[in-house]
Design a protein around this ligand. Structure first.
Ligand SMILES: O=C(O)CCC(=O)C(=O)O
Ligand SMILES: [Fe+2]
Length: 306
């Protein structure tokens, strides 16, 4: 049994806590200055986890800025300091892209200094990042469905990595990222599910409103049952309690999702993406001729006959 004194659920399902079903993320701080070690470890493990990677105060300054924005938008309970991110009962948000706007402290945290340094070491070459930052604001309730990032950003190099950065502490009650151990090595997933593209549409099939039918109605979710998935694959979910300053890096073939939020606060985190600058980039997520990324949706559709 893994000693966790809080009920852990994902999508409302209680995670099994036997040691063959659940584990802690391994801490890789010893590899921080070791290029070969970083590369080998991510190949073997599918992720890297660093405690106290960032200066806590720097992360908390970003949190402060984001919470003030949420508060100004009327989303937080005015009876608490904004930095606590206690939501109003009617607030139900998950992704708040504008938290990245006019946010130089966040840009510095994610796209300069130690983050770029670690990617230089991991990629042994020039680094580029996507020009879009995912700002997650997961309200109490369900976490994120198990998925691989490849299905959302797989049009460029497969050597693309996600950084998951908690913007504040995330206890088991708040929930946080969970990673399926060794899932990046499953050929069946790499060769089928991971090759999906959520912006694919069937040009020969129309929906009732006349738009082209989406090829994947689940918009990239691998499953809605994180417990059943674990049993089927026979692998473990790995997670931990995160603190401001921690960082997880993982591959676009690593299955991950997140724990449900059982607290009263909104869980704040960002995902940001990095690759070698001399490899092709998925054009949905980069700015071209000064125009913002097209992201998902109509301007990013890939039309096919199906
Ligand atoms: O924070 C979450 O709930 C999910 C994060 C995620 O999917 C990612 O970082 O790619
Ligand atoms: Fe993801």
């Amino acid at each position: 049994m893994v000693q966790i004194n809080h009920k852990l659920t994902s999508l409302g399902r209680e995670l099994e806590t036997t040691s063959d079903a659940l584990g802690q993320l391994a801490v890789n701080n010893d590899l921080l200055n070791d290029s070969n070690g970083l590369r080998q470890q991510i190949q073997e493990q599918g992720y890297l986890f660093f405690r106290g990677f960032f200066d806590r105060d720097q992360v908390m300054a970003v949190r402060n800025f984001m919470c003030r924005k949420l508060n100004t938008a009327g989303l937080l309970d005015p009876n608490y300091p904004a930095i606590e991110a206690i939501r109003r009962p009617e607030t139900n948000i998950r992704l708040t892209p504008n938290l990245a706007d006019n946010n130089p402290k966040l840009m510095r945290l994610l796209y300069s200094g130690s983050m770029i340094d670690v990617y230089h070491r991991l990629l042994s070459g020039p680094v580029r990042h996507f020009d879009y930052t995912w700002c997650r604001t997961i309200s109490p309730g369900h976490g994120t469905k198990p998925h691989c990032d490849a299905v959302y950003m797989g049009r460029g190099t497969p050597r693309l990595y996600t950084s998951w950065t908690p913007i504040g502490d995330a206890s088991y009650e708040d929930g946080g990222l969970m990673v399926m151990e060794q899932s990046h090595r499953i050929d069946r997933l790499r060769n089928h599910y991971c090759r999906k593209d959520v912006d694919s549409v069937c040009s020969n099939r129309k929906t009732e409103d006349g738009s082209m039918k989406k090829k994947d109605p689940n918009f990239g979710a691998l499953t809605y049952d994180p417990v059943g998935l674990r049993r089927n694959l026979g692998l473990r979910w790995l997670t931990t309690e995160y603190e401001a300053g921690d960082l997880v890096i993982f591959t676009i073939h690593t299955v991950h999702g997140s724990l449900d939020n059982h607290g009263a606060r909104i869980r704040l985190s960002t995902d940001s993406r990095y690759q070698r600058a001399d490899e092709p980039a998925d054009d949905r997520w980069i700015s071209i001729h000064g125009k913002p990324p097209t992201k998902h949706g109509e301007n990013s559709q890939r039309k096919m006959i199906c």
